[in-house]
Structures are given as structure tokens and as C-alpha cells.
Design a protein. Structure first.
Length: 426
């Protein structure tokens, strides 16, 4: 059974989508268009955006709504299915006056895009004279069997360390392959190799504090979290500094998680609140089916000598909505009622909005059909829908101006960036 996550490569954006906001005191305006297969973005400054084009391997710079004549960077990528130029984060060091740009992509052989993949890699570049220079390889990660479930989202935490989510790296059709690892909770699995988790390093590519959370063997020492199938959203709560992620299931089991150090998300034994039934069918393909409501104690999870800890999702979807990017609105520019709230993009046309419990901010405030922390259908998130008609949302960020920015248009030559701001602002 092919994975039903439509992601960045298996569903076209509807051409006639017209974005609408539920709050009439706000408006959505177009910042830029004509971006080809955009994945993620980062800000260099006010009205100065870097955005990635997945298949072309290009980093475009948008200043004042205008796309530069030439890309700021062009790298060779293999863009089959969910491979390509996937993640970006920017860090400005005030003491050295250097601006680092971190990029995660599936590097390809040769000088043309579409060559044979070499590896999934995280590079650090420096912004020099308006270009990206001095590439430094920080992480050299597996790409096989692939080409699905690469993850690739990158974030710089409040601790100034770099976090990157890497998926389980399966064939698109889930064919049988070399996919069993301890980091995916297989008792007979191979040692972790960088897949199936959230990895954390310093900006120089070193192990944080010189020791790992789950163990000091390399590359286990890279893991901040594990048991992850495929993640497209990482964000830090500006109030607590805690990390949250979104994860995609097949036809069921999408997740929103609070990610503590050593977090085990449960894959491939638990997905959402359900056990995972796995088998190899007569065609030799791997089938993933939903089982009963899980009991994490009896699920046989790997805990790396007690250093890993499973916790259930803060919200899960029975019918997939494919959550993508997360952002916390660390600004009152849309009104005090939205300050520090969580916003989540989805493949299925919506931008969602949630408030967190105070003062702990470890849970969402969920009512009605979501009070059990399970969205049984897409319609169950109707009360949490902030905007719709967006098509496939691939990134959500807060700009230096304090407004909310949305990237949409996966697998389209007309990808767009929108900005949400008060209707009264000219």
C-alpha cells in the first residue's frame, strides 16, 4: 500500500484556490509568486526572504516582493519524490557579525540536477556580499532506500543549536527494503544511522555539550528525538523554549507532538494513538495498517537503556490532514488575542490555529470534537481553522515585521508567499 501522505510530490495544488481568513479583522496579501515547487523560507531581514525551490535546487532571494534576477545559490539535487532542496534556517551571530544559512538537501552527482543521489546533507553557508559562500558540510546522512520520507525541515533553537528532522527514508511504494533500525523501534533493527529522528548539533557541526542524550556512540549521539516516520514541522515555543513537531502518517495517524529531549515518537510500533500492524504482502511490498488503541508499555518500544521516553501526541488525526510547518506568533501585530499562539500549515488546504494551556504551555486547549485530542475527520478541525483555500502549505514563519507569512504551492511553477496582517494596515 503506497503511503497516502500526499506531501510535496503526490498531489497537485488546485489552481482555483482563493485563500480566505476566518477573522474579518485580518487580511491576506500576496508577497510574491512564480516560485517553482517551494518548500521552506527564512528571513534575512525586513522584506528580505530566502525561499527554496525543491526540484531546481535554487535558493531565491525576494526583496520588497521582487524575486532577484538570479538565484542566490544553485546546488545539484536529486528531487525524486520527496528528495530535493528541503530545509533552511538562518542564524545571525552578533559577536562575529556573520550570517549563517543552513541548508538541508539531497545532493546529486554531476553538474546537472537529477543526477544520482549521494546523500542527504546539511550544509552551513555564509552570507557574503549578497551571495552564499564557504559551504561547510555539517551532517552527511543516508538517503536509501528512499526516495520518500526524507523530512528535511531545519530550525535554530533558542540554545543556538541546529535541529533537523529526518524521516525513515522508504521507497515510495513501501517496497521491502533496508528500513529496520533501533531508532524506529525495531528490536532486531540495526544501529541508528541518522534516519527516523530529530538530530541536534552546534552551528559548527559538533555534538552539543560533547555528549549524546540517548548514548555517546556516533551517530546515536546526534539524536534529540527518535521514532519519527516523517516530519515537516519544527518550532520552538517563544515562551517556554520547548520544541514541537508535526509528523505525517499514511491514511491515519498524523501527529502534533511536544518534543522533550530523548522523546520517542513511537514509530514504527505506534502511530497517533494506535498500534501499527505491519506485513509484507504477496507482491513483496510493505503494508502499514492501523491496529487497536495502543498500550505503550506492551508495544515493545526501544528506550536506549531508559534514556528515551515515549509520550502520546498532543493532537492526532484519524483521517489524514498532513500537517506541515509550525509557527508560534511571537508578536501582538495580529492582536493580543493571537500572541504566542500556534499556527500549523497542512497539505489539505488549511492553516490551523491553537492556543496553549497557561502557564505550562505543554498542551493545546481543545474543546468539542477535539477534546479527546483526536480529530476523527478533517471537519473536526473546523473550529481550529484560521485560513483555507491555501492549497498545499509548505512553510509558515513570523517575519521581522511581526506578521505571519505562508508559503504555498508545492509541485507548482506558481508557488506563492502570502502575508497575514490587520485589515486596517495599508
Amino acid at each position: 500500500v503506497a503511503p497516502s501522505y500526499v506531501g510535496f510530490g503526490q498531489e497537485e495544488e488546485e489552481e482555483d484556490n482563493i485563500p480566505t481568513l476566518r477573522d474579518s479583522t485580518l487580511k491576506m496579501e500576496l508577497v510574491a509568486s512564480g516560485i517553482e515547487s517551494p518548500t521552506s523560507m527564512a528571513f534575512l531581514g525586513p522584506n528580505d526572504i530566502l525561499v527554496l525551490e525543491k526540484d531546481k535546487g535554487t535558493v531565491q532571494r525576494i526583496v520588497g516582493g521582487e524575486i532577484s534576477e538570479k538565484p542566490i545559490l544553485d546546488v545539484n539535487v536529486n528531487a525524486e519524490d520527496e528528495r530535493g532542496l528541503l530545509g533552511i534556517a538562518v542564524s545571525k551571530n552578533s559577536s562575529t557579525e556573520r550570517t549563517y544559512v543552513f541548508l538541508f538537501y539531497t545532493e546529486a552527482e554531476g553538474t546537472e540536477d537529477g543526477g544520482e543521489p549521494i546523500a542527504n546533507r546539511l550544509y552551513r553557508y555564509e552570507l557574503v556580499d549578497g551571495g552564499l559562500a564557504n559551504p561547510t558540510l555539517l551532517l552527511d546522512l543516508p538517503h536509501l532506500p528512499g526516495p520518500a520520507h526524507n523530512g528535511g525541515v531545519v530550525a535554530v533553537g533558542p540554545d543556538n543549536n541546529v535541529y533537523v528532522a529526518v524521516g525513515e527514508l522508504t521507497p515510495t511504494n513501501y517496497a521491502e527494503g533496508d528500513y529496520k533500525f533501533l531508532s524506529q523501534n525495531y528490536e532486531d533493527g540495526d544501529e541508528p544511522d541518522g534516519r527516523g529522528g530529530i538530530l541536534r548539533i552546534t552551528q559548527d557541526g559538533q555534538i552539543v555539550d560533547g555528549k549524546g542524550i540517548l548514548g555517546d556512540e556516533h551517530p546515536l549521539d546526534l539524536y534529540y528525538a527518535y521514532g519519527i516516520r516523517n516530519a515537516f514541522g519544527l518550532a520552538f515555543d517563544p515562551v517556554t523554549g520547548k520544541l514541537w513537531d508535526t509528523e505525517n502518517g499514511p491514511r491515519w495517524g498524523d501527529e502534533l507532538n511536544l518534543v522533550e529531549p530523548g522523546f520517542n515518537s513511537g514509530w514504527a510500533k505506534i502511530l497517533g494513538i494506535w498500534t501499527v500492524n505491519e506485513m509484507i504482502n504477496e507482491e513483496g511490498s510493505r503494508e502499514i495498517n492501523k491496529g487497536e488503541i495502543s498500550n505503550s508499555v506492551s508495544a515493545g518500544l526501544i528506550n536506549f537503556n531508559g534514556k528515551g521516553q515515549y509520550s502520546s501526541p498532543e493532537l492526532t488525526w484519524d483521517e489524514t490532514i498532513a500537517p506541515t510547518a509550525i509557527a508560534f506568533l511571537h508578536s501582538d501585530k495580529l492582536g493580543m488575542q493571537y500572541e504566542n499562539d500556534m499556527f500549523i500549515g497542512t497539505v489539505k488546504d488549511r492553516l490551523l490555529h491553537f492556543k496553549l494551556d497557561e502557564p505550562n504551555r505543554t498542551e493545546l486547549i481543545l474543546n468539542g470534537t477535539l477534546s479527546d485530542r483526536v480529530a476523527d475527520t478533517v471537519e473536526d478541525v473546523e473550529s481550529a481553522t484560521f485560513a483555507e483555500g491555501l492549497g498545499i502549505v509548505t512553510d509558515v514563519k513570523v517575519g521581522p515585521d511581526g506578521y505571519l507569512y505562508i508559503v504555498t504551492g508545492a509541485r507548482s511553477s506558481e508557488g506563492k508567499i502570502y502575508r497575514i496582517l490587520p485589515a486596517a494596515v495599508e
